[in-house]
Structures are given as structure tokens and as C-alpha cells.
Design a protein around this ligand. Structure first.
Ligand SMILES: Nc1ncnc2c1ncn2[C@@H]1O[C@H](COP(=O)(O)OP(=O)(O)OP(=O)(O)O)[C@@H](O)[C@H]1O
Length: 249
């Protein structure tokens, strides 16, 4: 579904991503974990070319994004939704309009927009909050609006950059539940960047461990198999192996 082939990205002299090759399979929930500064967000943003790679190829759903012109890239991006740690809602637009705007931008048929917005807000349980503004919502509700907005164009892939890092544990569980339902009901492939092992453990099928701009390893997660996490990836992998909760992917 997503193929990164020897992708590299530098910011000035700093090599943030170093020739990374990674495949995300269709229908999986794939975690990316690692210490702060390891390159997780940059890797995620390379998957929809929010960051342009200096070298290498990015392919999503059979289309080589790195070979597309900007018009074709805009079209293809409709099939890739994204949510963020700080929600990125438009403050002076209502819940309804925050979702509707993504349909407008994608030229979704005008006559079908209203029912699609309502459908997406119902899916995330916010159909009664459509007239509110982001400032009137809790963090969890804001993230639900962002999820509804990302869902509106029927994406095949949902990229999630620390989607629960601003939320308390209960709200985190609710949002992970929503993401799990999206994966199950609509078959959406999900990639989640997180530094929280509990998040990865509760929802992901496979996890890629990053360190210093490189992939340290990609492992399978099995239910209740992983108990500990440490910022040092070598320690992390030892814990994974010791707990026996993984198979090599
Ligand atoms: N736009 C940018 N300009 C300059 N440096 C950047 C930029 N984006 C990222 N970096 C640097 O690249 C490195 C990787 O950043 P990235 O945000 O991908 O890491 P991360 O693993 O997601 O970290 P965190 O968990 O702290 O968000 C960091 O050292 C960061 O400072």
C-alpha cells in the first residue's frame, strides 16, 4: 500500500532520514515509534509528500507520488487523510465547516456535501455539535472533528502524527477506538506515529522502530506481548524479545 524506497531527507546540513526503505501493507495499522528527534514525523510526512524527499521513491496505492506533477499529486492526496497532535482545526469555522471545507477543496459533488459531512460527524459521535467552534470543544472532540475531516473524502490511508499525545488516558482510549473502527469498517490502512508504547501496543499490528533517521527494526505485535518501553531502541528491542510478544515481520 505504501512503499518507501531508499528515501532520504535533510534539513540544511542535518540528515533527518537516511535512506529508509519501508513497506506498509494494505489494511494494517502500522506504528512508528522511537525517541524524540528520531525522524518519525518526518518519515510520516514523506508518505504524502508534505516533505519532499531529497532522494528515493514514495509509492502509495500503486502510484509513484515522487513522479507526479503538482496537479496529479493534489488529486492523489485525496486518498490520504492525515491527523495531527494539535488537531489543526480552523478556529473561526464551525465543526460542520471544518469538515465541509475538505470536501470543497476536493471538489466533492456539491449536492452530496451536506449528507457526507453529517455522515462523518455521526461516525465520530459529534452530530449534535455541528454548530460549535473548536474553542468550545474538548481535546477529544477536536480530534474527532479532525478525524471526520480526514474521513470525508473516503481515504484509503490515514496518517496519524501523535494523534493522542495531547489527550488524557480515557480520551486516548476513545480516539484509538475510533481509529480501530475506521480500519475495521472501511479497511483504511493506518499509520500512527507515537512515542507512547501503550498506544502502539493497543492498536497496531506491526511497529517500526526508528533511531537517528534510520529504521532500527520492524516487528509484529501480538496481544499483550509487550510490557516495557525505553527511549533507547536497543533496550526497547531487548524488551520486546524478552517478552516474547512479537514475531519478525
Ligand atoms: N522543518 C524542519 N527544519 C529543520 N529541522 C527539522 C525540520 N523538521 C524536522 N527537523 C529535525 O529533524 C529531526 C527529526 O524530526 P522529527 O520531527 O521527524 O522527529 P520525531 O521522531 O518525530 O521527534 P518528536 O517525537 O520529538 O516529534 C529533528 O532533529 C528535527 O529537529
Amino acid at each position: 500500500m505504501i512503499n518507501l524506497q531508499q528515501v532520504s531527507k535533510a534539513f540544511s546540513q542535518f540528515q533527518a532520514i537516511k535512506s529508509v526503505t519501508l513497506t506498509i501493507h494494505k489494511g494494517e495499522i502500522h506504528g512508528i515509534i522511537g525517541a524524540s528527534g528520531a525522524g518519525k514525523s518526518t518519515l510520516l510526512r514523506l508518505m504524502n509528500l508534505l516533505e519532499t524527499p531529497d532522494e528515493g521513491e514514495v509509492e502509495v496505492n500503486g502510484e509513484r507520488l515522487t513522479a507526479l506533477n503538482s496537479k496529479a499529486l493534489r488529486r492523489t492526496r485525496k486518498s490520504i487523510g492525515m491527523i495531527f497532535q494539535h488537531f489543526n482545526l480552523v478556529a473561526n469555522k464551525t465543526v460542520y465547516d471544518n469538515v465541509a471545507v475538505s470536501l470543497e477543496l476536493a471538489n466533492y459533488p456539491k449536492g452530496e456535501r451536506r449528507s457526507r459531512v453529517v455522515e462523518c460527524l455521526q461516525f465520530v459521535g459529534l452530530e449534535n455539535e455541528m454548530g460549535k467552534y473548536p474553542a468550545q470543544l474538548s481535546g477529544g472532540q477536536k480530534q474527532r472533528v479532525a478525524i471526520a475531516r480526514a474521513l470525508a473524502n473516503n481515504p484509503q490511508v490515514l496518517l496519524c502524527d501523535e494523534p493522542t499525545s495531547s489527550l488524557d488516558p480515557n480520551t486516548t482510549a476513545e480516539i484509538l477506538d475510533v481509529l480501530g473502527n475506521i480500519n475495521k469498517r472501511f479497511g483504511v490502512t493506518i499509520v500512527i506515529v507515537s512515542h507512547e508504547m501503550d498506544v502502539i501496543k493497543s492498536i497496531c499490528n506491526r511497529v517500526t522502530i526508528m533511531a537517528d533517521g534510520e529504521i532500527y527494526d520492524t516487528v509484529l505485535i501480538e496481544p499483550n506481548g509487550i510490557q516495557k518501553i525505553d527511549n533507547r531502541p536497543e533496550y526497547f528491542i531487548e524488551q520486546l524479545v524478552e517478552n516474547g510478544g512479537l514475531g519478525y515481520a
